[in-house]
Design a protein around this ligand. Structure first.
Ligand code: MN
Length: 215
């Protein structure tokens, strides 16, 4: 099972549920991975089970082309495939390397400085955008051609359809923080910055830059 197409499975996190303490609490991580992501995976598998013609399509392909799918599955696929993609991406964007890698370096650091002036200014911009999401959604750092950009998406939408390459996402659904931070999204965002796995973000940045150079 390659896990990029049906049947999807929930793979373990790359770290323990309590690895992000005290910034993101164990119970939130456990429920978020074990219940919320699991539910999206189960619902996506259920839809695809009833639609064998779609079973060989990859997760990304489903998300890029949901509006060309049969009408009755468009919205369920958009929501559930999005829920799987966004959560996998979000969990992989965090890690237990806290303190060792609390800021980007190399080419990504240079690109952030070029685009946003400085790393603290980038953080302030991302926080502002994440706070601006009304209701549920995500804030993203993406690459559009060779430029970095911050965008937001509602619900479980992804920015993939806009032809950009996602580098980092921040889940601002209340389930991502309510147990610890209650309704204070700003405090959650500050804590989340402490556990971003910048090595992973850099890896995505270089992979995308390499792909762009090969075009
Ligand atoms: Mn979530």
């Amino acid at each position: 099972m390659n896990n990029i197409c049906y049947p999807f499975a929930n793979t373990p996190l790359g770290y323990e549920y309590d690895a992000l303490e005290p910034f993101i609490d164990e119970k939130t991580m456990c429920l978020h991975h074990n219940r919320h992501l699991q539910a999206y995976i189960d619902q996506l598998n259920e839809i695809l089970e009833k639609n064998p013609a779609l079973q060989k399509r990859t997760l990304k392909d489903l998300l890029l082309n949901w509006c060309r799918l049969p009408g009755c599955v468009q919205i369920p696929i958009r929501n559930n495939a999005g829920g799987v993609y966004n959560h996998r991406f979000f969990f992989e964007s965090m890690g237990a390397q806290r303190g060792k890698n609390d800021a980007p370096s190399g080419g990504l650091a240079e690109a952030i400085n070029r685009q946003f002036g400085s790393f603290p200014h980038f953080k302030a911009e991302l926080k502002k955008e994440a706070l601006s999401v009304f209701g549920s959604g995500y804030a993203w750092l993406v690459m559009e051609q060779c430029c970095l950009k911050i965008v937001t998406t509602a619900n479980q939408d992804t920015p993939l359809r806009y032809g950009v390459c996602p580098l980092l996402n921040l889940d601002v659904w209340e389930h991502a923080y309510y147990l610890k931070h209650y309704n204070v999204r700003a405090a959650y965002i500050d804590d989340w910055f402490q556990v971003v796995n910048w090595n992973k973000v850099e890896q995505r940045f270089y992979e995308n830059a390499e792909a762009a150079w090969q075009l």
